[in-house]
Structures are given as C-alpha cells and as structure tokens.
Design a protein around this ligand. Sequence first.
Ligand code: HQG
Length: 191
Amino acid sequence: METSLSKMMTKLLRHAPEEFGVVLDPEDGSCPLTTLLDAIQAQPKWAGIQQEDIEQVVRNSDKQRFEIEDGRIKARYGHSHDKVRYTPGEPPAILYHGTNKKALPSIRREGLSPMSRQYVHLSEGTHFATLAGSRRGELVILQVDAFRAKQAGATFYYAGNEVWLADQVPPECCLVWKSQEQGHSKDGQGN
Ligand code: HQG
C-alpha cells in the first residue's frame, strides 16, 4: 500500500498534477497537504486514505522524496512538469550519477542531459546513484567533476538529502567510476 501510495504521490507532485485537478505552486512545486489529500481521496481506490498515511509515506521514503513544511507538501526532486525553481548552490568538487551501460556511449558523446525530467540528478554519495542506476539494466556509476562542470558553465542546485541537480553536465566531466554486471535490486517507490 505504501509503495503504491508513494507512486501516486510522485505522479501528482512531479509529473501530472493537472490529471488530478491540482495546481502546484509555480515556484517550488508545492500544494497544501489538504489539497493533495482531497485529490487522492477522489480516486475510488484511495477513498479511505488519511493524512497520517501520507505523512507516513513522507517519513519512510528511503530517498526523502517529499517534504512537508507549514502545511504544504512538495516533491524534493524528479519533476518532469513545469520547472520548479531551486537556488543555485556550490556543490562538492565530486558528485556521482547512476546510469546504465546502454546509455554510456551517448553520455560519452553528449554529456548528461535531463532527458524527460527538468534536471540531471546527481548525489554526494554512491548509494543514491546506485539506486538510480540500478533501475535500468547494468549499473554504471559516473564520477562527475562538478568543479570543472561549473567552470564550463553548468549550474548546480541542492535538492536536499545529498541530492544535487544540474541543467547539464559536459561529457569531459564524466568519468566511469564503477561498472557492474547485473544483479542489483530494483528501487521502486518513485518514478
Ligand atoms: C540517462 C529516481 C543517454 C541517465 C531515481 C538516466 C533518481 C542519458 C536516464 C531520480 C543522457 C534518465 C532521477 C544522454 C542522461 N544520453 N542517456 N545524453 N543523459 N541519460 O529516471 O537520474 O525513485 O529521468 O543516466 O532513483 O535515472 O523516482 O533520471 O539513466 O533519484 O524517486 O537517462 O529519479 O528517483 O532517467 O533518476 P531518469 P535518473 P525515484
């Protein structure tokens, strides 16, 4: 139940609020917790859902996908709909990005792009990168020279919980740090 509610919340807060009749704040992508609750309760499957269930998903999210503040809720990262604004920040010199073997040739040519999301997702440690990269086949972890990428014009934003976002990362700033054969568990509460 928790996983499926978490997926519903990521869909609403990251990708398709309009499908649920919800308008998110254009600046930070948040909405009142009560609005989210009403929108979810309107789905026949979720009619019995309570605010505590949502708060529990937020608390237990292994990757801290959501944040509740002053009665409002938002997804911290992962958006594909309107661009949420973050304050540019000073990242650590080295960050990590989890990807897969098939994507590597294109990343080597073009660098990292946001693809269907609004930003490239990076992390301070390799755990988050491992979870992200393990979702699509053979895991590859890239070490990203954030210092050099910044010098080359990339902008970085901190999304909390060791997650950094960037508008793009040039190919010369990406180095394969670890490449592994299959056998990783799937990470599945978001999308
Ligand atoms: C790849 C999930 C070809 C990129 C995750 C990735 C994360 C390229 C895929 C968060 C490329 C995009 C974000 C290029 C990038 N050519 N492939 N030039 N540039 N790619 O899902 O970073 O569980 O949009 O390496 O775990 O995988 O949903 O981004 O493989 O935390 O909360 O294109 O979303 O979190 O995939 O994942 P995604 P991501 P949740």
